[in-house]
Design a binder for this molecule. Structure first.
Ligand SMILES: Nc1ncnc2c1ncn2[C@@H]1O[C@H](COP(=O)(O)OP(=O)(O)O)[C@@H](O)[C@H]1O
Ligand SMILES: [Mg+2]
Length: 369
């Protein structure tokens, strides 16, 4: 029997195909089917998984409404915008208007990545005349890759915060879900809008789902997205303006070969799991202002977390805080974090960095560099 997730995926595929064919009646039916599947999945699951499905239900239902408001048409004219009326859309919807308040100081370790980002992005953009005096042509592409939870997205946000330049953020997941069936046009708009700026940074998160390997078997629409996107990225580099594209991925091996062959990314930076000093710093950063027991030894807690990603360390701190709070309430005492809380928390949070997880990154680097 077909599983509910498979069924939902079939509706999603049908919806995308119908949008492409400008058959909005069919697309609306398929979107409603996907919403129903997501609703069933939400009822069968609990916690954040269920919440995520519930959120999906709402966005499919919104899409149904938008699609129902449209008339079917031939294959001509402007591509349909699922976003509100027919007004022109531009890349502005990805402009990060509010600067995130994360800085490089909030990021532990990653010295190589910070140096490269400083040299390639921040210094030339902060002091363009000095860069020009050296004949340095700033801009280009940087690919950040490494296991999940190692701070790649965080680094992107810190760059946005540090730059006094327009910063565009788009994630593969957004483009795939929010702009289902029209990610191609959306990406082009994003890059066109960035190119119209004198100075701009584009951060493409989860880039493997924007630039997946093209194969004979893959959906021809997917292949077209990749081809178009590669063309747009090429022009980006040749532009006279100061433009930089940052890409981040957990799965560099899933990215289309042409991305590497054509040198779209001048720098490829591996973001690995935090080493001992970095884990200790992540502990400190996440414990700022928290009541800790006298003599609590961050060093040995960090040491015991060999194999933790940055996000694992942050998760252990949160779990330890909850455990300390529970005890304080039970015992009607002042809340204080103890070594015992960290021990309990570490036992509950599985560490995500195993040799099996790291092996494909090593292999990728050996083959690429
Ligand atoms: N090097 C680091 N320094 C500080 N915090 C980190 C670091 N790496 C990960 N974290 C924590 O883990 C969370 C998830 O990291 P994220 O940037 O989403 O990882 P990625 O994009 O690589 O999957 C961050 O919000 C932060 O709390
Ligand atoms: Mg990320």
């Amino acid at each position: 029997m077909q599983s509910m997730t498979d069924k939902k995926r079939d509706f999603e595929t049908a919806c995308a195909a119908a949008v492409k064919a400008r058959n909005f009646t069919e697309a609306a039916k398929a979107a409603a089917g996907a919403a129903d599947c997501a609703e069933i999945l939400a009822s069968r699951t609990t916690g954040i998984v269920s919440e995520a499905y519930a959120k999906e239900v709402r966005s499919w239902r919104d899409l149904v409404k938008k699609l129902e408001g449209r008339k079917n048409g031939g294959g001509r004219g402007r591509p349909p915008s699922l976003e509100g009326g027919d007004e022109a859309v531009d890349g502005g919807e990805w402009l990060v208007a509010e600067k995130p308040d994360i800085t490089f100081d909030d990021i532990a370790g990653m010295e190589d990545a910070k140096r490269i980002i400083n040299e390639m992005v921040l210094y030339p953009m902060q002091s363009p005349e000095k860069a020009r005096a050296l004949g340095l042509n700033p801009g280009g592409g940087v690919l950040l890759f490494g296991p999940p939870g190692t701070g790649k997205t965080m680094l992107g946000k810190a760059i946005a915060g540090a730059l006094d330049a327009p910063f565009y953020y788009a994630s593969g997941a957004d483009l795939r879900s929010k702009w289902y069936g029209e990610s191609e046009q959306r990406l082009s708009q994003l890059l066109t809008s960035a190119k119209s700026q004198k100075v701009a940074v584009v951060f493409l998160d989860e880039i493997e789902s924007l630039l997946p390997k093209r194969t004979e078997n893959s959906h021809s629409a997917d292949n077209r997205v990749v081809t178009q996107f590669l063309a747009d990225l090429g022009g980006f580099k040749d532009s006279a303006n100061l433009l930089l594209v940052l890409g981040a991925t957990n799965k560099p091996w899933s990215i289309d070969e042409a991305v590497f062959r054509t040198g779209r990314f001048d720098e490829k930076v591996y973001i690995g799991p935090p080493d001992l000093p970095a884990r200790e710093k992540i502990l400190e950063l996440n414990l700022k202002g928290a009541h800790t027991a006298d003599g609590l030894d961050f060093h040995s807690i960090a040491e015991a977390m060999e194999g933790a990603s940055g996000s694992d360390v942050a998760a252990v701190v949160s779990a330890a805080k909850r455990s300390a709070l529970g005890r304080a309430i039970r015992e009607n005492a002042d809340p204080v974090l103890t070594a015992e809380d960290f021990k309990d928390a570490s036992e509950r949070i599985p560490l995500s960095i195993t040799p099996e997880i790291l092996a494909p990154y090593k292999k990728f680097m050996e083959e690429r560099f």
